[in-house]
Design a protein around this ligand. Structure first.
Ligand SMILES: *Cc1c(COP(=O)(O)O)cnc(C)c1O
Length: 441
């Protein structure tokens, strides 16, 4: 096997120093977790924070807590195209999934469709008078939103979802907004940090995210009642066993070594590491974060800032490369409105032709460029269909699963890589478009 430079699709570097800090943290125990919690509260200017074993576990606990607050409600609306961890957590929390299609320009909800879904309750109860007769109108395929517990916007790849808009269209104050900021820790809109827009938000410290402590999840909320409900569940969570800490330690070493582009070709060929694979699995542990993980986070504010700058610069460089290519689909409402670039964790582009995706993935395989398709299918096609309350079609979500390509923008990506990426995508264009533009790259 030839070893060549191979970029991972996403990566948050873990240094030897981080691992040593993890060790020190272990000896500090609870104090280390308290330190991390205090720092998060200060950074996000938030009253309540919980440290959990993963983003999925964080979401599960949030949903269980919300369900305690409103036991009669058990449905959660999520984007029909999103990370499989989201439906996995909803199922583990014992709740039901409802879907809303996405807007391909923003990868956020299709707000027109969402508005209709949120209005179904009104429709159902509204008494319309026809020929002088009153009648109760119940449309087929409509759900009573009396069952709706929460709406879950996702900042996919770090592109901000428009939560202020969402808050405006949710009229029912019993419906919570759970902000999935797993891929957007540290990003902000007009000085306000993502994760603090919803009633409750969470981050992931998993290996492909903004920052990593191998695995980990953070819940933040300003709402006292939600925090109290979460606290009750948190108190009863198990801790990491010694065996599991050893596994984390081994994994942290493996990531430190193998995520480097020169060696990434190896783990890609080791199937049990499951790198870059998106799996749906509602059976995962929910634990309190360990002091080892909290220790690994030491100095996270500086790292976060540094990684953010690096990512943002790469996003700008790729945006510049692609600006004349019409497949380009980075524009978000905020980018359009305020002309801001965000420190994405992967750079999404929508290809017009699905065949191009396969071709580019093959090319990327050969040249080690770290291209990746995103999620294999829309959420309605997942196994647990019984729990997915299908109430419509999700054509854009389906299309994204087939046509969305993501480009790496993580800290290991170099300028040379970006030029190579640009060339590779540029070659996909029909010949006549290419002429005269070659020199721009
Ligand atoms: C990764 C991710 C999660 C889950 O986080 P883990 O720490 O991997 O469990 C949830 N939502 C989104 C959008 C994610 O990308």
């Amino acid at each position: 096997m030839r070893i060549r430079r191979t970029l991972p699709p996403a990566a948050a570097p873990i240094s030897i120093e981080d691992i040593c800090n993890g060790f020190r943290g272990m000896f500090q125990g609870e104090i280390e977790c308290e330190r991390f919690k205090r720092e998060i509260k200060e950074f996000f200017q938030i009253e309540n924070c919980f440290l959990i074993s993963s983003g999925k576990a964080a979401l599960t606990i949030i949903l269980q807590a919300l369900h305690h607050l409103h036991p009669e409600r058990d449905e959660v609306i999520i984007p029909a195209f999103t990370c499989y961890s989201v439906p996995s957590a909803i199922i583990q929390a014992g709740l039901k999934i409802r879907l809303c299609d996405i807007n391909p320009k923003t990868l956020d909800f299709d707000y027109n469709q969402l508005q209709l879904k949120l209005r179904t309750f009104q429709k159902k109860t509204s008494v319309s008078t026809k020929n002088g007769k009153s009648e109760q109108k119940t449309e087929k395929g409509c759900f009573s939103n009396k069952k709706l517990l929460a709406v879950l916007p996702v900042h996919l790849f770090g592109l901000p979802a428009d939560i202020e808009r969402l808050a405006k269209i949710i009229k029912d104050t019993d419906i919570f907004i759970v902000e999935d900021a797993a891929q957007a820790m540290g990003s902000e809109i007009q000085g306000r940090k993502l994760g603090t827009f919803g009633d409750v938000g969470f981050f992931s410290l998993g290996r492909g995210k903004v920052l990593s402590t191998v695995e980990g999840g953070i819940i933040i909320t300003q709402k006292k009642n939600i925090a109290n409900a979460i606290q009750k569940i948190f108190n009863s969570l198990p801790k990491y066993s010694f065996k599991n800490i050893v596994r984390l330690f081994a994994y942290s070493l493996a990531l430190n070594i193998l995520m480097r582009p020169l060696l990434f070709g190896l783990p890609k060929n080791i199937p049990c590491l499951r790198l870059g694979e998106t799996i749906y699995n509602p059976d995962f542990p929910c634990r309190k974060m360990s002091a080892f993980q909290a220790g690994m986070s030491r100095g996270w504010q500086v790292k976060l800032q540094y990684f953010k700058e690096l990512r943002k610069n790469k996003v700008i460089a790729i945006a510049r490369l692609l600006q004349n290519i019409s497949t380009f689909a980075y524009e978000s409402p905020y980018a359009g409105l305020y002309n801001i670039h965000f420190p994405l964790i992967r750079y999404p582009i929508i290809l017009k032709d699905n065949n191009d995706l396969d071709l580019l993935l093959k090319k990327s395989e050969i040249y080690g460029l770290g291209f990746a398709s995103s999620y294999p299918d829309s959420i309605d096609s997942l196994g647990d269909v019984a729990a997915v309350q299908k109430d419509g079609e999700y054509p854009q979500a389906k299309k994204m699963a087939k046509n969305l390509l993501t480009l790496p923008v993580h800290p290991f990506v170099t300028e040379k890589d970006i030029n190579m990426i640009g060339k590779m995508i540029f070659r996909m264009k029909p010949k006549e478009d290419k002429i005269g533009k070659v020199h721009e790259i």
